[in-house]
Design a binder for this molecule. Structure first.
Ligand code: CP
Length: 323
């Protein structure tokens, strides 16, 4: 579904909606482009003129700290103009449809929509209905996909570990409701890691998750044993229907990442989390702030990855290169 909509006949990224369906080379190109942009952060004037005169609109219909702000910084560092639509005070609260909102923003000559929405498929819907000159980036849709998060996670892993093929990656937590986990699993398998494990109680795993190419574990000590990378995930209570867990305290006892259960991982294993973190629920403070944690590096890398994706999608619409 995604590939036809997001990649044009020349293989360029017209929209960035999902990691699923993209080829290894396309994921590597995103990371290589991000690598070339990461030095912009070290300049005294943190800007390149690539997207001067272009307008990017952040359309966030769901709460966000990291994704919204790093998209904003990424667009600014590319010299684009950026609008942050405040959905709580926008005309959608007066009954205006999403399509009418889009048409009005297009009438203001928007060139790109960055969309976060609680409904799975929302960014695809926007991409299908946007004007042909407008690129769309998925900033997280329901439980479905969060492709720029997955790519900044891959970029972080590549920066620390170098190669993907020898790696065992363990993802711990609420897989059932996690758009991040779905996108990470697709990206890790496409990049050819040795193994992807998911660790969760049965109630927080989607049915037939094995079909995505993962090993399932219910015991965290076994799940993280000899792992190179451990990704912890937040319990997404806003998406939970009914009681899937006994209590946060009991969840932490069984599935929280601590120095004790981390001891079974490789000595140089890294700890990741897409944020927001809940200390004492999915991991303890010693682990979140400890020497193996790359959680804040993930946030920094989000800017370069989003600069890469914005510039690549914009280039597919203008025929220019990202160089
Ligand atoms: N990781 C992530 O998507 O964080 P935000 O919800 O703060 O954007």
């Amino acid at each position: 579904m995604s590939t036809g909509l997001q990649v044009d006949s020349a293989g360029r990224l017209r929209h960035f909606l999902d990691v699923a369906g993209l080829k290894r080379q396309q994921l590597v190109e995103i990371m290589d482009t991000a690598e070339s942009f990461s030095e912009v952060a070290d300049r005294s004037i943190k800007k390149v003129p690539l997207l001067r005169g272009k307008t990017v609109v952040n359309l966030f219909f769901e709460a966000s700290t990291r994704t919204r702000t790093t998209f904003e910084l990424a667009a600014k560092r590319l010299s684009a103009d950026i609008l942050n639509l405040d959905v709580s005070t926008s005309a959608t609260t007066k009954g205006e449809s999403l399509l009418d909102t889009l048409r009005n923003l297009e009438a203001m000559h928007a060139d790109m929509f960055v969309v976060r929405h609680a409904e799975s498929g929302a960014a695809h819907f926007v991409a299908r209905h946007a004007a042909p000159h407008v690129g769309v980036i998925n900033a997280g849709d329901g439980c479905h996909a969060h492709p720029t998060q997955a790519m900044l996670d891959m970029f972080t892993i590549r920066r620390v570990k170098g190669e993907f093929t020898p790696l065992t990656v363990a993802i711990v937590g609420d897989i059932l409701h996690s758009r991040v986990a779905r996108s990470q699993i697709h990206a890790l398998n496409t990049l050819g890691v040795r193994a992807v494990r998911v660790i969760a109680p049965q109630t927080l795993l989607p049915p037939q998750i094995e079909q995505l190419g993962v090993e399932v574990h219910h015991d965290i000590h076994e799940g993280v044993r000899d792992a190179d990378v451990i990704i912890t995930l937040r319990l997404q209570r806003e998406r939970m229907d009914g009681r899937l867990l006994p209590s946060k305290h009991e969840y932490f006892q069984l599935y929280g990442l601590t120095e004790t259960n981390l001891a079974t991982a490789k000595a140089d294993a890294i700890v990741m989390h897409p944020g927001p973190i809940n200390r004492g629920v999915e991991l303890d403070s010693g682990t979140a702030d400890g020497p193996r944690s790359v959680i804040l590096q993930q946030v920094t890398h989000g800017i370069a990855i989003r600069m890469a994706v914005i510039s690549m999608v914009m280039a597919a619409h203008t025929g220019e290169t990202t160089e």
